[in-house]
Write a protein that binds this ligand. Structure first.
Ligand code: AMP
Length: 302
């Protein structure tokens, strides 16, 4: 029986410097990165699809072609006449990367506008993956409806995975971000936070505080990533840790958490135990941060 993994969020056009005064056009976004790696790791019995909004212009067509080329289903993507996809440019100044964004009016921000359409899209999913960025880009008044739809899908039996991915610049205020993220955790089966962000915005003194906060909100499983430090989770009140493999040359940490989530979930959803699944997450993240860019060709690294 085919199972359906659905990632929800925003993919943007990425303009990355080539070093020769020109820019290379690509596509990236946190939930898309996770969908991309998940597609590579799950076997054929799984469909991996992406739910977002795009325009009807040629760059939106190109984005959909990119998804399809990566084996990611596009049937649930809504097209809007009056909008297009968001864009960011990476600029290199003395070796330091800086980012400029044009995303405040992107088509993806409308992905939850039509509640009936959203419900229908979620109804077919066995696994739903989204992030704090997915919530942040929605108009404030649509976030509650979005989480209600996720909750209804969970009640019907879907597994919900959520990465808080705290990005205060995308939110109206830090307090709103923190409150929304806790509401999302309350409708999730697996929460996948990164400790550094959690400590910064929630003031957690240590990773166990992060586990406890999300567990108390109602999440049955919380896997706390911590850069090169131990991954921490808890089973029946007992702590478990996994020391991630050291990476001697960290080239680019873009998508470390996104790729960790993909490999963890692909392993966990196929029935592996938690330690094996965390190890799979850490192994993939180590490969990804050893190379430039978010989407690394695994055939060249494994
Ligand atoms: P983060 O979101 O920064 O906590 O990182 C997510 C995952 O990427 C971690 O759990 C590690 O598996 C991996 N990772 C990130 N940074 C490093 C690093 N400097 N060395 C080894 N692994 C890392």
């Amino acid at each position: 029986m085919t199972r359906n993994f659905l990632a929800i969020g925003e993919c943007m056009v990425e303009m990355a410097p080539t070093g020769e005064g020109t820019y290379r056009l690509g596509f990236a976004g946190d939930t898309l990165n996770t969908a991309w790696y998940t597609r590579r790791l799950l076997p054929d019995g799984w469909n991996v699809s992406y739910l977002t909004g795009v325009g009807r212009d040629s760059v939106s067509d190109e984005m959909l072609t990119f998804f399809e080329g990566a084996g990611i289903g596009t049937d649930l993507i809504q097209r809007f006449d009056d909008r297009t996809v968001g864009l960011y440019i990476i600029q290199l100044t003395d070796g330091e990367r800086s980012f400029s964004y044009w995303r405040s009016d992107s088509a993806a921000r409308q992905l939850a506008r039509d509640g009936a359409r959203l419900d229908a899209a979620l109804a077919a999913a066995d696994v739903i993956y989204f992030s704090g960025i997915t919530l942040a880009i929605l108009p404030k008044e649509q976030r509650g409806g979005f989480l209600e739809a996720v909750k209804a899908a969970r009640t019907r039996g879907a597994t919900i995975a959520f990465d808080p991915n705290l990005r205060p610049r995308l939110w109206e205020a830090v307090e709103i971000m923190c409150a929304s993220v806790m509401e999302a955790a309350a409708v999730s089966d697996v929460v996948l936070p990164s400790f550094e962000d959690e400590a910064t915005y929630f003031g957690d003194a240590g990773p166990m505080e992060t586990v406890n906060r999300y567990t108390d909100a109602g999440a049955p499983l919380v896997i706390v990533k911590n850069g090169p430090g131990e991954v921490l989770w808890q089973v029946d009140g007992a702590p478990w840790t996994f020391q991630v493999p050291p990476v001697t040359e960290v080239v680019d940490t873009t998508a470390a958490g996104d790729s960790f989530n993909a490999a963890f979930l692909a392993s966990h959803l196929q029935g592996a135990d938690l330690e094996t699944s965390v190890a799979a997450g850490a192994r993939l993240a180590a490969q990804v941060i050893g190379r430039r860019g978010a989407l690394v060709d695994l055939s060249q690294t494994v």
